[in-house]
Design a protein around this ligand. Structure first.
Ligand SMILES: Nc1ncnc2c1ncn2[C@@H]1O[C@H](COP(=O)(O)OP(=O)(O)OP(=O)(O)O)[C@@H](O)[C@H]1O
Ligand SMILES: [Mg+2]
Length: 404
């Protein structure tokens, strides 16, 4: 019953079901595919529904910020319009607001042309309604939207990519909206450790801005992604082990959970099965590493290629990925030492990798890591935390780390 008949239609259908159930490369935009994070969804929706309050959703790269912001539209009623803008480096306040307002279409009754009697309906965008769109100040933009007869939510995603100097105008805009108790809510979304690095002059808006930090996903939450996705696609796991492997490697990043569950499903499918076993997860990891984007593979290569040939580079890098870390992702050289000893199956001393650490924070080795603190009490973390799962998969594929 678990076998799929080797008929091409059934295989294509199963392949399609896996592709629909898992989305490693796209944010979630339907509530039924969004898992975990229940309290956070409530917090965001409550904030958006509270007059005068705006939100900033921030966290590490890839933890699910855009997906959470997408739930706003799902949970709010029909009389709310959501306008979502993806900011970029070349943007300014004016260009961002232009895109946000251009997406909002309004219908207006205008007299019919010529001698015809009556009116006809004409559609125009909120942007067209601005008197002089070329020079838009924060206050003007706020007074325009303050008069809207419906609730408007403006989501500004990738806000961290804007030049810092531009963010001052957004703080002014939010402040002006709050002062007018406008029926418009601004939601800023971006990669940041704290709001200081996201919004200049945020002190002036602190009282009207709810800060929502998105941590990595817990194993329980990631488990929901696997269980629901597999059920949706009509697949199961042979034992809890393959599931545990995917969770361990994901390290809190849902992208890898989607990716590995999907690839493991495909591996089972290649053997005409709908039951995933441990080997399918291992096969999935090989595929995931092979298909990882070029920049990830290049960074790994730079990190482990040292002047001292074969001198524990891969081992030290793997130990960093295994090291116990705090909630901000930092670990100490003691944590690395413990992980390295376990990896090598023998005691490791810190001198053995001091040289590597000094190099791993320099551009010729990535930089793979960044460092804070004073000498002897340095703490390290990955510049791109999504490297951690990649390094673990690579180590498993290369036989450096057992797959369990
Ligand atoms: N709550 C969730 N349930 C299921 N899958 C999720 C959830 N949140 C995120 N994902 C998945 O995780 C991946 C990353 O999500 P998303 O793009 O929302 O993250 P992000 O923090 O916005 O990333 P970036 O920092 O690159 O903008 C996507 O594959 C998405 O489908
Ligand atoms: Mg995003």
């Amino acid at each position: 019953m678990d076998d799929i008949p080797a008929n091409p239609d059934a295989v294509i259908a199963a392949e399609r079901a896996l592709a629909n159930a898992f989305s490693p490369h796209a944010p979630i935009n339907q509530a039924r595919f969004f898992h975990g994070r229940r309290e956070l969804v409530r917090e965001v929706v409550d904030t958006v529904n509270t007059a005068g309050l705006h939100a900033v959703i921030y966290g590490e790269r890839g933890v699910g910020k855009t997906s959470l912001a997408n739930m706003i539209g799902e949970y709010l009623g029909g009389d709310t319009s959501v306008s979502r803008v993806i900011c970029s480096q070349g943007d300014a306040f004016e260009t961002v607001i232009r895109r946000a307002l251009s997406a909002i279409k309004l219908a207006m009754q205008v007299p019919k042309l010529g001698f015809a009697a009556g009116t006809s309906s004409r559609e125009f965008s909120l942007w067209d309604a601005l008197p002089d769109p070329a020079e838009l100040a924060a206050d003007e933009a706020a007074s325009l939207v303050a008069g809207l007869p419906f609730h408007l939510v403006i989501i500004l995603d990738e806000f961290d990519r804007l030049p810092k100097s531009e963010t001052v105008a957004f703080a002014d805009f939010i402040k002006a909206l709050s002062d007018r108790t406008a029926n418009t809510t601004v939601v800023l979304v971006g990669v940041a450790e704290d709001i200081n690095s996201l919004l200049a002059s945020h002190a002036s808006v602190e009282r009207c801005l709810r800060q929502i930090h998105l941590p990595r996903m817990s194993e329980v939450e990631l488990g929901e992604i696997i269980d629901n996705g597999l059920a949706e696609a009509g697949f199961t796991m042979e034992s809890p082990k393959p599931r545990g492997r995917i969770l361990a490697v994901s390290q809190g990043f849902p992208h890898y959970t989607h990716l590995l569950a999907q690839y493991a499903g495909r591996s089972a499918l290649d053997k005409n099965r709908r039951v995933i076993d441990e080997m399918d997860v291992v096969t999935g990891m090989v595929r995931a590493v092979d298909r990882a984007d070029q920049s990830t593979r290049d960074l790994y290569h730079r990190a482990v290629t040292g002047s001292r040939k074969d001198h524990l580079w891969r081992e030290v890098v793997t130990a960093c990925a295994l090291a116990a870390s705090d909630e901000r992702g930092y670990f100490s050289s003691r944590d690395i030492q413990d992980a390295l000893a376990e990896l090598l199956n023998r005691p490791a001393n810190q001198q053995a990798f001091t040289y590597h650490l000094a190099k791993l924070i320099s551009p010729d080795h990535g930089p793979l890591l960044e460092r804070i603190g004073a000498a002897r009490r340095f703490r390290y973390r990955f510049v791109n935390p999504l490297m951690r799962p990649f390094i673990l998969m690579k180590a498993i594929n290369d036989g450096l780390l057992p797959s369990d």
